[in-house]
Design a protein around this ligand. Sequence first.
Ligand SMILES: Cc1cc2nc3c(=O)[nH]c(=O)nc-3n(C[C@H](O)[C@H](O)[C@H](O)COP(=O)(O)OP(=O)(O)OC[C@H]3O[C@@H](n4cnc5c(N)ncnc54)[C@H](O)[C@@H]3O)c2cc1C
Length: 392
Amino acid sequence: MSEFRLNFQDTATAFADKSDSQLKEKYRLFKLLNSPTLNSIGSAAARFALSIGLPVEGLIKATIFEQFCGGEKIEECEPTITKLGASNIGAILDYSVEGKATEEDFERTKNEIIKTIERAKDDPNIPFAVFKVTGVAPLGTLERMSRKKRLDAKSQAKCERIHNRVLEICEFAYSVGQPVFIDAEESWIQDAIDRMAAEMMERFNREQAVVYNTIQLYRTDRYQFLKKSRRQAHADGYIYAAKLVRGAYMEKERERAREMNYPSPIHPTKADTDASYDAAIDYCMRHFKDMAFVAGTHNEASSQKVAAMMREYGIAPNHPHIYFSQLYGMGDNISYVLAKEGYNVSKYVPYGPVADTVPYLIRRAQENSSAAGHMSREMEMLERELKRRKLN
Ligand SMILES: Cc1cc2nc3c(=O)[nH]c(=O)nc-3n(C[C@H](O)[C@H](O)[C@H](O)COP(=O)(O)OP(=O)(O)OC[C@H]3O[C@@H](n4cnc5c(N)ncnc54)[C@H](O)[C@@H]3O)c2cc1C
């Protein structure tokens, strides 16, 4: 491997579009999140306050929502799309409403996702759309579908409605030429998601990568699954497209496995997950000509690895089959440095009514706590930049 390295410590580039006061505000929030005690009290308090109808939305909106979301509606995300675009970073409008349960909610969410595709089409500043299948489907039905049990007539009808919604979204994306990611979720519903994703890829990825499935490399079985899925696509004559992530539901997965007494589907250590993620990168790089992939990560070593391999293989940084992606409000040292060097970079820009985005915000809060006993990565970068600007 070459010695090529990008400078992800370049905080001047990472925070170039942040004013001093914006930087200080971000630092204050990440400092709060960094404390495991304040973090868990804050998360529990937000859930509780919203559940009993306390008017805390304004407070959430002005603090954590402001740092991690683009707004409550697509129109409110426009300044963020423009700002990212000015640094050659694409935005991915992510309607982050979770925990809905009625058919009307699912239809409304499907229509909103179609609106994001409508907004994205023909705009080079929005390279991808994205959706979660649980936004348009009841969890119980997805779980039954994943268990491959015989469905009764009522479940069968629900299953058809889910399939139709996923089809409608992907068909629309295809008709306007807009690539779309299908996010990965909990392992006990993932099989249903994977089957629909494979069907959508087979239908719509004949000429170019339109539908991307997501591979969570914290799962012990996913590296094999990635290889099998690509080979299948190759044999069936369509372009395989994958977003590679480590996985966001580790605690939940392990807890359920313990409670229900089955082996945890998650790698036993972080080093195992990292090795699996790197193996997936290697594999995708070896097959970049007949597949497309996105490295969805804030991990510097993984991002360095993709960039170094592209250089080693003589692949142009802006090759359309290879993208990097981070979440809005995080990993700016990776996004902005890669974009400055000409790589394809995009960021999820979550949006939606404040109360409905709380599960998403709590996941981000937990990721930025120093539960492991050291300062979070984001805090470290912010401190470095504050020092560089002589602000602390
Ligand atoms: C653009 C983008 C899209 C995403 N889409 C999805 C999605 O569709 N589905 C989804 O589930 N997640 C998604 N995520 C979140 C992602 O899965 C990770 O939770 C998050 O990015 C942190 O991982 P990392 O690669 O950035 O790096 P790191 O911070 O280096 O890794 C942290 C991750 O490593 C794993 N890990 C940590 N400790 C251990 C341990 N003890 N044993 C085993 N594994 C461990 C966990 O997966 C943890 O999240 C997305 C992230 C991005 C940036």
